[in-house]
Design a protein around this ligand. Structure first.
Ligand SMILES: [Zn+2]
Length: 87
């Protein structure tokens, strides 16, 4: 049968609502790294991200300077900042 009409699920409705004019659309722009003297780490002169050695920072590094506009930013932050045993 092909006459079934699929309705939006609750989460799809929320996605549509949340994506309307709330945030700038995400775009990938690579970081502009500068070494931090005496610390042995680098930071981005554009967005201020410090290149720490953890999963959440890796996620932010891969997505560039506008990582906070990425649709998965909140969920990635929630996931990666939780201790491993709570995931
Ligand atoms: Zn950056």
């Amino acid at each position: 049968m092909s006459n079934q009409i699929r309705t939006l699920t609750q989460s799809e409705v929320l996605e549509v609502i949340n994506s309307k004019g709330k945030k700038e659309p995400y775009k990938m722009v690579g970081h502009s790294w500068t070494p931090l003297k005496h610390v042995g780490k680098s930071y981005c002169t554009r967005c201020g991200l410090v290149a720490l050695n953890n999963e959440f920072t890796d996620w932010c590094v891969e997505r560039g300077c506008f990582h906070t506009d990425h649709p998965q930013y909140e969920s990635a932050r929630a996931k990666f900042t939780k201790p491993k045993w709570e995931r």
